[in-house]
Design a protein around this ligand. Structure first.
Ligand code: HEM
Length: 428
């Protein structure tokens, strides 16, 4: 369980800030309960109906459940992603004494855009922002189609197989390797590093996971250091050239350069959740699936609905830079607040009939890519990958059927995805 924030809270109360009402929720038991993780939505609805913002006295963390409230929190500079502002948090001086290994882990990972507040955030994100716009990403469409086709060529027809192992997991990794000009024979090693590193977002990590994260982070960064060195003489005009130019002209120091490249490659892990969560949701809603088959122009809206309905990122944090009044609640400087995306995306105050999967939903302002300055830089890439993949699947196969129970991850509270999705494909 994360460390307590008693001091922060006391100072906020001394300043007259109201605490959200307390409802006796055992947050950490709930968020890690495998039954909750299989289907978190009924419990999230129950808690959101009580109040849009909650305070967990045991951990000192605020939980933001409402759409309006999360949008305001994501937008303000009074709350940022720099966890150094989280008083008594992982990379605080207290934690350095109490838990030096975890402290070191987070300090090592710290200097990069996802952990930075302005102006450092703008400085680092500015290096890549342009290249990740839909218009600029479109140059990679032929490569994405090619990687997708290579995997589709190998799928068995007429017999059950696991969609995640054969297609959902490898596709985003392969695209990432191509984007960063990494040789194909590194696929397995890099997928292992990404998988280990992804535990950093889970808040609660076992000692073994911490050891793996530390080792993989070190090895991944060393690999990227060597990769950049190898390409320095002939940088081309891809994403690696941006990293090299930013290191060369001093926009980023070496740690920032390495951490950002590692993070940008690791972003592929979340796209695999969209592929799996999206497909299983279509299969559970055959009328919507048929509607999409019949009218492929609905694909972009269908993908937004998949993102809203079954988001891959379950929690989005912010740390208080200064006191921030959010509705009736003041989130004090130094506090950690977590947006629970599964609740935010089904807030009836924002979405009509929120538990209905409706591929024609419009508007659809979900929060699956976060919000404000930190909104996911890879969102165009994720959308493009998914659009190519689902169109290609439907082009090739006349029937796409579920061939057994899909298994949801039940060992992590920060991301929602599938261990397996048994599928059977038929060609007429
Ligand atoms: C469906 C796929 C994806 C989902 C659901 C997703 C989700 C998110 C979320 C929730 C955030 C945090 C936003 C916030 O704090 O407000 C984020 C940030 C980020 N994502 Fe993604 N992501 C996806 C794909 C990708 C891909 C493919 C990449 C790689 C290019 C990527 C790279 C990043 C980076 C670098 C950040 C930090 C941006 C910043 O701090 O400015 N993501 N993503």
């Amino acid at each position: 369980m994360p460390s307590t924030q008693q001091g922060t809270q006391e100072s906020a109360q001394a300043a007259g800030a109201a605490l959200p009402p307390s409802f006796d929720i055992d947050w950490w038991t709930m968020l890690t309960d495998p039954e909750y993780l299989k289907n978190p939505y009924p419990e999230l609805k129950r808690i959101r109906d009580l109040a849009p913002i909650h305070y967990d006295a045991a951990s000192g963390i605020y939980f933001v459940m409402g759409h309006k409230e999360f949008a305001a929190m994501a937008k303000t500079e009074a709350m940022g992603r720099d966890t150094l502002y989280w008083a008594n948090g992982w990379n605080s001086p207290e934690n350095r004494k109490n838990d030096p290994d975890t402290y070191e882990l987070f300090i090592d990972f710290q200097p990069q855009m996802i952990n930075a507040n302005p102006p450092d955030h703008r400085r680092m994100r500015g290096v890549y922002d342009r290249a990740f716009r839909p218009k600029d990403m479109a140059r990679y469409l032929p490569m994405i189609r090619q990687e997708c086709d290579k995997l589709l060529d190998q799928l068995p027809v007429g017999e059950p197989f696991d969609f995640m192992a054969a297609f959902g997991n490898p596709l985003p990794h392969r695209i990432s390797l191509k984007l960063f000009e990494i040789p194909e024979d590194m696929e397995e090693t890099i997928a292992g590093w990404i998988s280990d590193l992804s535990w950093l977002g889970n808040i609660v990590m076992t000692p073994e996971q911490k050891r793996n994260v530390k080792k993989s982070n070190h090895e991944f960064k060393e690999y990227v250091r060597g990769h950049l060195d190898r390409l320095r003489k002939n940088p081309g005009d891809g994403l690696i050239s941006l990293a090299l130019a930013a290191a060369e002209d001093g926009t980023m120091d070496e740690e920032e350069t390495l951490n950002n490249v590692v993070m940008l490659i690791s972003g592929s892990k979340t796209t695999l959740t969209l592929l799996g969560n999206g497909l299983v949701t279509l299969l559970k809603n055959p009328e919507e699936f048929e509607k999409l088959r019949a009218d492929r122009s609905l694909m972009p809206r269908a993908i937004e609905e998949m993102l809203r309905y079954e988001p891959g990122s379950s929690i989005i944090p912010r740390a208080g830079v200064e006191d921030f009044q959010l509705g009736d609640v003041c989130i004090p400087a130094g506090a950690l607040a977590i947006g629970l995306v599964g609740s935010i995306n089904r807030d009836p105050a924002r979405f009509e009939d929120p538990d209905r999967f409706d591929i024609t939903r419009k508007p659809n302002h979900h929060s699956s890519f976060g919000g404000g300055a930190h909104i996911c830089i890879g969102k165009a890439l994720a959308r493009m990958t998914t659009e190519v993949a689902f169109n290609a699947l439907m082009d090739r196969f006349d029937k796409i059927e579920q061939a057994g129970e899909a298994e949801w991850w039940t060992d992590r509270s920060d991301q929602r995805g599938l261990w397996s999705l048994p599928l059977k494909l038929t060609v007429a």
